[in-house]
Write a protein that binds this ligand. Structure first.
Ligand SMILES: [Cu+2]
Length: 166
């Protein structure tokens, strides 16, 4: 009896190993409990080659402060956090959210700037934003792709992003 069981086990091993490998997630970002990103949208530039603006609402519903350290946008070679103050704009290196705090990324305020966009990013589609927090936690959420509207145009027109282009 014991011998038969052992043989059966050996026979099923390669199958089990295959199944396991297939189910292994390919470095899926671990979502931090209590953190949510809502109303994500990426406003595409009117002129090809210009950066896109990323906007969303980030809620820290957890009981610990978190520090947002980096952003990436699928389909953009590079993404940065910026803050517009008056006419000027400066990069945000890190952004702390206290427990229960909500931060809005919106035109004329904090925003994400996405550079070197792939042509596949078109209005009506979606892409993904991934936020990386200090300590390595990540949060991914969809961004709706939008054409630049009149209101956004007015806001962006006065900005010079050339200093951010490498
Ligand atoms: Cu900017």
């Amino acid at each position: 009896m014991k011998r038969l069981a052992a043989l059966l086990l050996i026979a099923t091993l390669p199958l089990a190993a295959c199944g396991q490998q297939a189910e292994q997630p390919a470095a899926a970002p671990e979502a931090k409990p209590g953190l949510t990103l809502n109303d994500g949208r990426l406003v595409l530039p009117a002129v090809k080659g210009n950066p896109a603006g990323g906007y969303f609402t980030l809620v820290n519903g957890g009981d610990k402060a978190v520090t947002l350290a980096a952003v990436t946008v699928t389909g953009a070679a590079r993404a940065e956090m910026h803050e517009t103050v008056g006419e000027a704009m400066s990069p945000i290196a890190k952004l702390e959210l206290k427990p229960g705090e909500t931060v809005e990324f919106k035109p004329g305020s904090k925003h994400v700037m996405a550079f070197a966009l792939e042509p596949s990013l078109a209005p009506g589609g979606t892409t993904e934003i991934t936020l990386t927090f200090e300590g390595g936690d990540k949060l991914s959420a969809p961004l709706k792709l939008e054409a630049r509207g009149a209101a956004a145009m007015e806001h962006m027109e006065g900005m010079d992003h050339s200093e951010h282009m490498n």
